[in-house]
Design a binder for this molecule. Structure first.
Ligand SMILES: Cc1cc2nc3c(=O)[nH]c(=O)nc-3n(C[C@H](O)[C@H](O)[C@H](O)COP(=O)(O)OP(=O)(O)OC[C@H]3O[C@@H](n4cnc5c(N)ncnc54)[C@H](O)[C@@H]3O)c2cc1C
Length: 410
C-alpha cells in the first residue's frame, strides 16, 4: 500500500521540537514535507517546558512571536537556585541581545500544537499523527524513505531525504547504522507532580542542599518536581520507604506533609528519567540525517535540550531548503548541517559533563560537602557572573537565525 499521492521531498520521523520546527520551516519555504509522529497527540509526560530566548527569537523572525506570547505562559527573566535556605539567582537573561530577555515556561504540547497550526497553513505540510516510522528503505546504500505504521496499516513513504527527529530512543538512527558515543552521567531524576493551591506562586528553580538536588517548576495547576538521585540509585531510595521520601520532598519543597502524602501515595506516582549524554560519531549517510536528541541526547543540566533541537532544525532548514526545492540534498549538504551543529552540541555537552562530574556527582555522594559548590556561591554573590549562564542557557553556542524564505503566504 502506498501512503501518499505524491512523494514528499523530505520525510521527518518524530514530531518533537526538532521535527515540528523543521517541518514548519521547510513547508514555509515551499518544500513538500511529511512529519510522522507516533503518538496521537502531543499530550505526553513532562519533558521540559522551557522556550528559550533564542527560540523566541526564531519565532520573532518568523513573525509569529506576538501571537505565541498570547498563549498562557510564565516568563522567567532569571533562573533561581536555592542554596540551603538562601534564594540565589543563577542565570540572568535580561541582558541578552534579543527581543525576549526571559525563558517562557509553557507546556511543551502547547508549543508544539502552536507550531503545527502555523505549519498547516502551508500546502506542503503533511503531519501524520499516530504514525510510527518503523524502518528505512535502503536502495543501493542510499536511504530512499521510511516504512511507516499508522491507522491505515503499514506503508512506504518514499522521499529524497529522511530526517530522524525521533529523539534519544531513536528507531531510525540504529536502522541507518549510525552509533552514538556515550559520555556517562552520574545521576538519574525522579519526576513527580504535587498539586498547587489557588493563589500560590512559586518561582521555577533548583535547590541545592547537602547531598540533595531538587527541582520545582510551576506548571499552572500543579508543580513538576524533580528529585535528583545518584545513577541507578532508585532502588536505594525505595529501600528507605515512601514515608522517608515524602518527608524529604516536603522539606526540600517547603510544602506541607499532608499535601505531599496525598500526591505521592507510592513510588508508582514517580517516573524515573535515566539520564544519558551521548552524540553520534556521524550524523548522516546518503539520503539520511539525524538532528536533535536523535543525534545528541543531552543531560538535563541547564535544561537546554529543546533549545538545541530547535537550533538544529533552523540550521538544517537553512542549509537544506534550497537543494530540496532544486531536486535533492546531496552528501555535502548533509555533512554541512553536521559541521554547523557539531560545535554547539560538543561544547554544550562538554560543559554539562563538567558540571555533572565536578558539581553534581560530589553533591550526591555519601560524603557530600555541607557547603554549596564554589561555582554557585560565586554566582550568588556577583550579579555580572550570572550573565554567562544566562547566555549559555538562553542562547546556546552559535545561535541560529532563520534564513529560509516564505514561498507562499498562509
Ligand atoms: C523529563 C524530562 C525533562 C526535560 N526537561 C527539559 C527542560 O526543562 N528543558 C529542555 O530544554 N529540555 C528538557 N528535556 C530534554 C528535551 O525534552 C529534549 O532535549 C528535546 O525534547 C529534544 O527534542 P527532539 O525533537 O530532538 O526529540 P523529542 O522531544 O524526544 O521528540 C521526539 C518525537 O519523536 C516521536 N517518535 C519517537 N520515535 C518515533 C518513530 N519511530 N516514529 C515517529 N515518531 C517517533 C516521539 O513521540 C516524540 O514526539 C527534558 C527531557 C525529559 C525526558
Amino acid at each position: 500500500m502506498n501512503g501518499a499521492a505524491a512523494d514528499p521531498a523530505c520525510v521527518i520521523a518524530g514530531g518533537g521540537p526538532a521535527g515540528v520546527m523543521l517541518g514548519l520551516l521547510l513547508a514555509r519555504a515551499g518544500v513538500p514535507v511529511t512529519v510522522l509522529e507516533k503518538h496521537a497527540d502531543f499530550l505526553r509526560d513532562f519533558r521540559g517546558d522551557t522556550i528559550h530566548p533564542s527560540t523566541l527569537e526564531v519565532l520573532n523572525e518568523l513573525g509569529i512571536l506576538e501571537e505565541f506570547l498570547k498563549l498562557p505562559h510564565h516568563e522567567a527573566p532569571e533562573l533561581i537556585g536555592w542554596i540551603g535556605d538562601i534564594r540565589s539567582p543563577m542565570a540572568d537573561f535580561r541582558h541578552l541581545p534579543v527581543r525576549c530577555g526571559f525563558i517562557a515556561f509553557m507546556p511543551q504540547w502547547d508549543f508544539l500544537t502552536f507550531l503545527c497550526e502555523k505549519a498547516r497553513a502551508y500546502p506542503g505540510f503533511d503531519l501524520r499523527m499516530s504514525t510510527q516510522a518503523v524502518s528505512l528503505i535502503d536502495e543501493n546504500g542510499r536511504v530512499a524513505g521510511v516504512r511507516a505504521r499508522g491507522p491505515r496499516g503499514e506503508y512506504e513513504i518514499r522521499a529524497g531525504l529522511t530526517i530522524a527527529c525521533d529523539g534519544r530512543h531513536s528507531t531510525l538512527v540504529p536502522a541507518a547504522g549510525l552509533t552514538p558515543r556515550g559520555f556517562g552521567a552520574p545521576m538519574d531524576v525522579l519526576w513527580f507532580k504535587i498539586s498547587k493551591r489557588d493563589g500560590e506562586n512559586r518561582e521555577p528553580g533548583g535547590r541545592f542542599d547537602a547531598g540533595r538536588i531538587f527541582i520545582l517548576i510551576d506548571r499552572g495547576d500543579h508543580y513538576q518536581c524533580g528529585y535528583v538521585i545518584a545513577k541507578d540509585g532508585f532502588e536505594a531510595v525505595k529501600s528507605k520507604g515512601i514515608e522517608a521520601f515524602r518527608a524529604e520532598v516536603a522539606r526540600l519543597a517547603g510544602l506541607e506533609d499532608a499535601r505531599v502524602a496525598a500526591d505521592l501515595k507510592s513510588f508508582a506516582d514517580t517516573s524515573l528519567l535515566s539520564v544519558a549524554v551521548n552524540r553520534l560519531e556521524k550524523w548522516w549517510r546518503p539520503g539520511f540525517l539525524a538532528i536533535g536528541d536523535a543525534a545528541h541526547a543531552m543531560s538535563p543540566v541547564g535544561g537546554v535540550g529543546i533549545n538545541l533541537a530547535i537550533q538544529d532544525a533552523v540550521a538544517a532548514a537553512n542549509r537544506l531548503a534550497a537543494p530540496l526545492l532544486a531536486g535533492g540534498a546531496d552528501d555535502a549538504d548533509l555533512a554541512a548541517v553536521e559541521a554547523r551543529r557539531l560545535l554547539p552540541a560538543r561544547l554544550t555537552q562538554w560543559a554539562q559533563v563538567q558540571i555533572q562530574n565536578r558539581i553534581i556527582r560530589p553533591a550526591l555522594g555519601d560524603a557530600a560537602p555541607s557547603k554549596p559548590p564554589l561555582f554557585f556561591r560565586l554566582l550568588a554573590r556577583f550579579a555580572f557572573l550570572r550573565r554567562l549562564p544566562g547566555r549559555l542557557v538562553g542562547m546556546g553556542v552559535r545561535p541560529e537565525h532563520v534564513r529560509t524564505g516564505e514561498a507562499a503566504g498562509p
